[in-house]
Every structure is written in structure tokens, then in C-alpha cells.
Design a protein around this ligand. Structure first.
Ligand SMILES: NC(=O)c1ccc[n+]([C@@H]2O[C@H](COP(=O)([O-])OP(=O)(O)OC[C@H]3O[C@@H](n4cnc5c(N)ncnc54)[C@H](O)[C@@H]3O)[C@@H](O)[C@H]2O)c1
Length: 302
């Protein structure tokens, strides 16, 4: 396929470029910035520039869009809710419209576990009601609804992936896992404020990229949204124990506190995408941390 990939300099975009390229697709990657990496494979373009996007789509005979470009978490634009609305919702609507106008086959939208909000102890499946607790989460719900609307009204084959908390090379937002790895290199302990019972749903970015690749070529979708995670719910004490085992020199000091996305989401069921599409996570946390450490050591990271 000839794929337009937005957010091509971001955490998921960088991994998706790699995985989709290796799968034989031709990827046209765009972003507003390359973060000073001098990235020859990236085209600098805003997501509000319809004319330039249209030119690129025509020139590269694009037949699918993978949409990773966004304000990518509530912490990325705190105090700027209208920026989140403008970048996330408006850009998604524009890209969906371009997909419609140019008769594209597939549209993959990066949604988030944030759409579910503060669920508590209930198992989260794709049927769970959506009650976001942030403007970011609400923007993801709105985008999913647009994907649905374009699918039903215009026949665009769109799918939303509700992705857990992603870690790996090129993550710029705060990440305890990256901190643990970097501090281990300099022999420093990592202090992590947490509620010891709070559950995290970390997923390695390569698994997410492979989920994107899988839905792009799936013969059809039985659903329009799928949960994507590592199927490994862990508390911070468990994460600390795994990290200290997997990373030479890692030391974690847990202190009382709360996470910056404090939604209680105990059980995140990611089995549906396995049954419908055949994708399953490959990297449990220990293996994912080892891969992340290797990327940092070899200079392939943010
Ligand atoms: N990282 C996570 O934990 C996580 C979890 C669930 C869902 N997601 C979603 O996955 C997608 C990708 O996330 P990520 O982790 O790669 O984020 P990221 O912040 O690393 O990448 C997002 C990219 O979008 C680009 N971007 C922002 N505004 C833009 C604009 N106006 N025009 C063009 N490009 C713009 C940024 O420059 C950035 O490179 C996002 O939609 C995010 O909400 C991320």
C-alpha cells in the first residue's frame, strides 16, 4: 500500500515507519517537526494544511492513512484544551475527508485507553462505555465517532486502536521506564511517586506498530475499534521488580504519590483484536525493557 503516516517523528510514528516499510509498504511520513534529527525520510507539514496534504496524496498515490499525529496525551497540552480540540479533532476530520475524496481503502486512527476513563475494577472490553476524564480523552472519543461516521456514510474502512500506555525509543513525554534505563546507565536510583496498588497497562511501541500493520491489511474488520495492549497489568512495585531484574544497574525507589493520568483501569482486555485480526502482543515488559535499553544505548531514541 502507499501509506500517508502522520506524526512520523513521534514515538509510534517512528516505529510504524519501520514496521510498515519492512512489511513492503511505501510510507510517506509527515510531521510538523523532526525534533532536530535531520530526518531525510520525513516531510515537514502541518495537519491543517489541506492544499499541501492533497498535493502529497496525489503525488504519492496514497491509498491508506495511518494517523499518529496529535497532541498525544493530557500532559502534552495542560491548560490548552482548545489546542487539543483543534489539533486532534480538526486534523482527524480533515484527514478523513481527504481519504473520502481520494477514495482511499483504509484509515487507521490511534485512539487511546483514555476513552474509557476511570473504570475501576471492571474488565475493559471494546463494549465498555466511554467516559473520558480529560479533554484529551474526549478528543479521542470524538475522533472515533468521526471514523465511525465516515465509515457508515461514505464506506471508508476506518478503524480506531485504543492503545495502552506506550513506551520505547523516541518517547518524549515523561516515562518512568525510560528514566529507570537512563539512570541505570549512570548508577543513579530512580524515584517514582506512586500508589502501590495502581495498575499500569504499558505496551512496547513495536507491538503497537505491528498492530497498526495488522489492521491495515486485515481482510475486513468485525469491529471499528480495538484495544491494544501488552496484556500484562502491573503495579509499580511489580514493574520495579521486573526492571531491576531486566536492566543491569537499575534501582527503583518508590515514594507515595499518584500517577499523572490517575484513571483506575484494572483489567484491559486485548483479546478481541487477536480473535478478529490475528494480532497479539509479542513483548512482555522484561523483553520490551531490554529492547528499549538497547535502543537507548545505540543512540536510537529521543
Ligand atoms: N504514547 C502513548 O502512550 C499513547 C497511548 C495511547 C494513544 N496514543 C496516541 O497515539 C498517537 C501517537 O502518539 P505518540 O506517542 O507517537 O505521540 P508523539 O507525541 O510522540 O507523536 C505525535 C506527533 O504528532 C506531531 N504533531 C503534533 N501536532 C501536529 C500538527 N499540528 N501537525 C502535524 N503534526 C503534529 C508531533 O510533532 C509528534 O511528532 C497519538 O494520537 C496519541 O494520542 C499514544
Amino acid at each position: 500500500m502507499n501509506i500517508l503516516l502522520t506524526g512520523g517523528a513521534g514515538l509510534i510514528g517512528m516505529a510504524a515507519r519501520d514496521v510498515l516499510g519492512r512489511a513492503g509498504h511505501t510510507v510517506t511520513a509527515i510531521d510538523v517537526t523532526d525534533f532536530g534529527r535531520d530526518d531525510p525520510g520525513l516531510i515537514l507539514m502541518g495537519l491543517d494544511d489541506r492544499t499541501s496534504l492533497e498535493g502529497l496524496i496525489k503525488a504519492n498515490r496514497i491509498d491508506a492513512i495511518v494517523h499518529c499525529g496529535a497532541i498525544s496525551g493530557p500532559m502534552m497540552a495542560r491548560g490548552k484544551p482548545l489546542k487539543i480540540v483543534a489539533v486532534n479533532i480538526d486534523a482527524t476530520a480533515l484527514l478523513l475527508d481527504l481519504a473520502r475524496v481520494h477514495g482511499m481503502k483504509r484509515f487507521v486512527f490511534c485512539s487511546s485507553i483514555s476513552v474509557y476513563g476511570n473504570v475501576g475494577k471492571m474488565v475493559i472490553t471494546e463494549e465498555t462505555q466511554l467516559h473520558p476524564t480529560s479533554v484529551y480523552g474526549a478528543s479521542k472519543v470524538a475522533c472515533e465517532q468521526l471514523v465511525e461516521g465516515f465509515a457508515v456514510e461514505y464506506g471508508l474502512e476506518g478503524v480506531s486502536l485504543r492503545i495502552g500506555r506506550v513506551y520505547g525509543p523516541y518517547r518524549r513525554a515523561n516515562c518512568f521506564l525510560g528514566d529507570i534505563i537512563r539512570n541505570a546507565q549512570t548508577g543513579q536510583p530512580t524515584a517514582i511517586p506512586c500508589d502501590p496498588d495502581f495498575i499500569y497497562h504499558y505496551v512496547h511501541v513495536d507491538d503497537v506498530a505491528e498492530a497498526i500493520a495488522a489492521v491495515l491489511v486485515a481482510p475486513h474488520f468485525l469491529r471499528r475499534s480495538y484495544n491494544v495492549g501488552a496484556d500484562e497489568p502491573l503495579t509499580m512495585p511489580q514493574i520495579a521488580a521486573i526492571a531491576e531484574e531486566a536492566i543491569a544497574g537499575a534501582r527503583v525507589e518508590l515514594t507515595p504519590g499518584a500517577d499523572d493520568v490517575p484513571d483506575v483501569q484494572t483489567d484491559f482486555d486485548v483479546s478481541r483484536i487477536g480473535r478478529d485480526i490475528g494480532w497479539k502482543p509479542r513483548l512482555p515488559l522484561a523483553a520490551g525493557l531490554a529492547a528499549y535499553r538497547q535502543a537507548i544505548l545505540s543512540g536510537r531514541s529521543a
